[in-house]
Design a protein around this ligand. Structure first.
Ligand SMILES: CCCCCCCCCCCCCCCC(=O)SCCNC(=O)CCNC(=O)[C@H](O)C(C)(C)COP(=O)(O)O
Ligand SMILES: Nc1ncnc2c1ncn2[C@@H]1O[C@H](COP(=O)(O)O)[C@@H](OP(=O)(O)O)[C@H]1O
Length: 330
């Protein structure tokens, strides 16, 4: 139509025209490209677990289920030690690094708006981060009492070993405090007997996927990460995400000239975020090789992917939720 500007992406460039047919893709499912990228997680876990089964480095060393690892004095590699520097200062405070990576990216990449201005796109990133933080909190920190990981451990028959000794419990007088793994360890107990969903796998999957799902649609201009995503519109129609770009207010569109010279992965914030994501994937591989059972790793993966689905895929199908979360790259 004469006089109307074509739909634009976050960097202000005109988006590719897609056929005006109803998309085949279900809105609450990832595109083919997104599925391929997310498949990196089961692949890493399968490769790591298979390596640990077959490698002469690990297969001869006894695995200690209560430690979720090999005995410390038999650790087959630096990365098999719980006190390795990457575990202590990167994974153990993994939510901190995820937060910093996402914030630095959103507040330095020009497609989110000028300077440090709190634009709609930045508010949307903060809402998505808050949603993911809620998932992290209820899974690993607190869920109206013990976190989900500790609740599922107890539901599957696990307990704090001190509790097996009634005299000791009586003496401590704090039975209810041992319903979390943290309280149990603090009291010198052993948390054993139940199914221990891997907190590390969960945290590393969630953290690296958030960074990927925020950064890649902005810097890597592939339709499978952007226009081909499927959404339910407020009138109930199912369309490609390109239809949403057309509704972005003019003031939110970044002038094309502002983006000139900004290389796809060029900004420092982008490089930093991608480096944090890469280190998380490496540590996930290390967890897969040296820690936990197959089943514990795959339940950690399941909870991580479910959290990602809630924050990044569900809003595509529910316009009211999407009004708060927005979508990366739009
Ligand atoms: C110009 C650019 C402006 C950009 C502004 C950037 C400013 C950065 C500010 C940063 C604020 C960060 C605030 C972060 C708040 C946090 O998230 S702190 C919490 C950190 N804690 C963790 O990450 C703990 C993670 N650990 C766990 O969840 C568990 O320990 C576990 C790893 C899942 C399992 O634990 P086990 O010990 O193995 O049982
Ligand atoms: N990649 C890794 N490097 C070092 N330690 C790891 C690790 N992955 C898991 N672990 C350790 O294995 C145990 C189980 O982790 P989780 O249940 O979070 O997946 C934790 O031990 P501690 O709790 O004794 O520190 C954790 O620190």
């Amino acid at each position: 139509m004469a006089g109307t500007s074509p739909p634009r992406t976050t960097n202000g460039t005109a988006i590719k025209k897609l056929p005006q047919t109803t998309p085949q893709q279900q809105p609450f499912l990832p595109t083919t490209l997104e599925s391929l990228l997310l498949a990196i997680y089961p692949v890493i876990l399968l490769l790591g677990s298979t390596y640990s089964l077959l490698s002469p480095l690990t297969r001869g060393i006894a695995y200690e289920p209560t430690l979720q690892s090999h005995a410390p004095h038999l650790a087959p590699s630096y990365f098999a030690r719980k006190r390795n520097v990457f575990n202590l200062y990167f994974v153990k405070i993994g939510w901190f690094w995820t937060t910093v990576a996402v914030l630095v990216f959103a507040f330095t990449h020009p497609s989110f708006g000028p300077g440090l201005a709190l634009t709609r796109r930045r508010v949307n990133v903060l809402v998505r981060w808050a949603g993911a933080t809620l998932c992290w909190m209820v899974t690993t920190q607190w869920f109206f009492g013990p976190p989900l990981i500790d609740r599922s451990f107890r539901l599957t028959g696990g307990a704090c070993e001190i509790m097996a000794d009634p005299a000791r419990v009586e003496e401590m007088g704090a039975k209810e405090e041992f319903v979390t793994s943290a309280a149990c360890k603090l009291a010198g107990g052993v948390w054993k007997g139940g199914h221990d969903i891997s907190g590390h796998v969960f945290l590393l999957v969630l953290g690296s996927a958030i960074i990927g799902l925020e950064v890649l649609p902005v810097v890597w201009k592939l339709p499978g990460l952007r226009e081909l995503r499927t959404v339910v519109m407020p009138d109930g129609a199912v369309k490609h995400a390109s239809a949403l770009s057309a509704t972005v207010p003019e003031q939110d569109r970044v002038a094309e000239k502002e983006m000139k010279g900004v290389d796809a992965a060029g900004s420092l914030g982008t490089k930093f975020a991608l480096a944090v994501m890469g280190l998380k994937l490496w540590m996930l591989l290390m967890t897969a090789v040296f820690f936990h059972t197959w089943f514990e790793k795959f339940t950690g993966l399941g909870v991580g992917l479910f959290s990602i689905w809630m924050v990044y895929l569900l809003p595509r199908a529910v316009p009211q939720v999407r009004a708060l979360t927005g979508m990366p790259g739009i």
